[in-house]
Design a protein around this ligand. Sequence first.
Ligand code: DAH
Length: 345
Amino acid sequence: MKEQIQTIRKEMEEWLASEGKSETLTREKLFAYKMELLGKTGKISALSKGMRDVSSEDRPEIGKLLSELRRWAEENFETMEAALKKRELEQKYATERLDVTMPAKFTGTGSVHPVTLVREELIDIFSGMGFDVFEGPEIERDYYNFQALNIPADHPARDMQDTFFVTKEFLLRSQTSSGQIRVMENKRPPIKVLSPGRVYRSDSDATHSPMFHQMEGLVVDKNITLNDLKGLLDEFARRMFTSETKTRLRPSYFPFTEPSVEVDLSCSACGGKGCRICKGTGWIEVLGAGMVNRKVLENCGIDPDEYIGFAFGIGLERIAMIKYGINDIRLLFEGDVRFLKQFRN
Ligand code: DAH
């Protein structure tokens, strides 16, 4: 028995010196050898079983040698396993290293949409003149989109805007003018507010889209005149286009303004001489405006004898098309990167 214990120990020492030090040692090999010694049917386990046949006087000594062998073997396996793990990890670090100095793959950056550019520029221009921004809901009540704006049911002016109704009472707002009412219901004059957002109409061709963007402007205070509106629009035209751009007001009709005007800008492409863009007239129509109708003020609980105001509504796609020379509104909604990337700067 004693000799067997010594043989096993010697064998293992040799194994450790050769196999154990070898670069080719794997987990599998190590495990197999461990089983060969310490497994249920392994050599050391077999010796433990053989203890039965050892005489009682030799037993303490042999037992001690055997348990020493077992502990020694176990400790060695533990050290080996730890060393193997460390080596595997080092190999992984060496082979899976990331070279952070490699040139990056360029995936391209986005650009701000032209309608967003116009929206931001408008807000920038008008907020510089003291305007706040209010955004109303896109699903709107008939009351805010029409009735309170002096467009009762069955009024022919409803035909100007082919509206998407959700129910009898709710619709997809056809104009941001609804924002005027929502602001005036909640705030007393002086009021100076912009209301930008999406609007919807059942209309689709090269210059109309079923969803487009407007920016409403509203000013209510004492002693305001049409000339204040004109001055404000002059400033807007010069800032948005060129310092040479002029405005022209033409009489028009909107139920919520009285008097109402349509506003043209001198064509910045030809400087007003007449070209393809302005269809030879030298002027381009850009927005509707007017003095807020007394009835609209009354509907919002504002005394029209004390206060007066003006309002205007700008189509953002229209401004973008003029400013950037875009001839088809659908380009603004198709999301074609070849078109959109031209607006990166
Ligand atoms: N809401 C009108 C439209 O969508 C545009 C408009 C005209 C707005 C005159 C106004 C205004 O505030 O005063 O056609």
